[in-house]
Design a protein around this ligand. Structure first.
Ligand code: FE
Length: 332
């Protein structure tokens, strides 16, 4: 059965998967291998525990773990967005991990209430505007982007992306469903262009002046700044007078059928260490979940901001409400 599983993995995946030894910790992840490879080799150096990574699409990987069940090689499932982690938990692929280290290191709102998964980096989603066209004094909140002032100025990524569903979920939690629907309808009314397929494409449209402002995950802006691809984009921290900027996570949990639970928990705990937090967040220009870790210089330059302290598993449990509102509001 094990051979069959392995063959299935190779067949289904378009990814790197080295030979698995029984003692290896195997991570199934939607993260790009180059974002975690260096980090994991430091873990191996420090502990002698080898780590094997299978990269692929989050939905396919979690589906595969569920189908493989007790035959799975996966010890850890790692992905982005609390909406996806919650879904994986809902499918029953995780085991709760009671770890003093993780409970102490990872803030309570950035991990699952039942400790099935833990946030290891934060991903802020906020307003980015054209410096040539928008005075940041006129900006305030996600909700205000629905005002008539921004008619024909706003551009958005599609609501089919989990990032926007999680953002809408956070608005439902803060403002209720009715007001959220009105806001999303206002956004749609203000769109200057049809929705975009990626955060990077929408940023480029703002840079080009076709759109005047948008809402994106900050690491996409950081990448464009670092490659000197943009000069007209300003960042604005949304909702500083109320709940704060919408913050999502990347994270991981222990697979229920893991055969190396001790080593896997050791790896999860290690991911909350200072050195791992620094490397992991820096690799994709995200924010560490543990306080007091130095930031990547590009994001350091944007300064501090107040963040929405919503319990992140709500972003998952309210995902279907968010989809319903997006559909009703005509947000494609
Ligand atoms: Fe992303």
């Amino acid at each position: 059965m094990k051979n069959y599983t392995y063959a299935l993995i190779l067949f289904l995946s378009s990814c790197t998967f080295e030979q698995v030894n029984d003692d290896d910790v195997v991570i199934y992840t939607s993260r790009q291998p180059q974002l975690i490879e260096n980090l994991l080799s430091v873990f191996t150096e420090e502990t002698g525990i080898n780590v094997t990574v299978l990269s692929g699409d989050a939905q396919q990987l979690m589906e595969r773990i569920a189908v493989e069940g007790k035959d799975t090689d996966a010890d850890i499932f790692m992905t982005v967005d609390a909406g996806v982690l919650w879904q994986a938990g809902d499918k029953g692929i995780f085991d709760s991990v009671e770890s003093e280290v993780l409970s102490e290191r990872i803030p309570e709102h950035l991990r699952d209430t039942d400790n099935q998964w833990f946030g290891f980096s934060k991903r802020a989603r906020t307003i980015v505007y054209s410096k040539a066209d928008i005075d940041p004094k006129d900006l305030s909140t996600y909700e205000a982007l629905a005002l008539k002032d921004f008619e024909n100025k706003l551009c958005l990524r599609t609501s089919k992306k989990v990032y926007n569903r999680s953002l809408i979920a956070s608005m439902i939690e803060a403002n209720g469903a009715e007001r959220t629907e009105r806001v999303v309808k206002g956004w749609v009314k203000n769109l200057a262009e049809p929705v975009f397929s990626s955060d990077t494409n929408v940023l480029k449209a703002v840079e080009a002046g076709n759109c005047k402002l948008t809402v994106v995950n900050t690491y996409y802006l950081a990448r464009l700044i670092e490659s000197n691809s943009v000069e007209n984009l300003g960042i604005f921290w949304a909702n500083q007078e109320d709940r704060g900027v919408h913050v999502n996570i990347s994270g991981a949990g222990l697979v229920k059928w893991s055969k190396n639970k001790d080593s896997s928990i050791q790896l999860l705990e290690w991911l909350s260490s200072d050195i791992a937090q620094d490397m992991y967040a820096r690799a994709n220009k995200e924010y560490p979940t543990v306080d007091g870790i130095a930031l990547h210089p590009v994001i350091e330059a944007w300064g501090d901001f107040k963040e929405d302290l919503i319990q992140v598993d709500k972003l998952g449990s309210m995902q279907s409400d968010a989809v319903f509102i997006a559909q009703k509001a005509g947000y494609n």
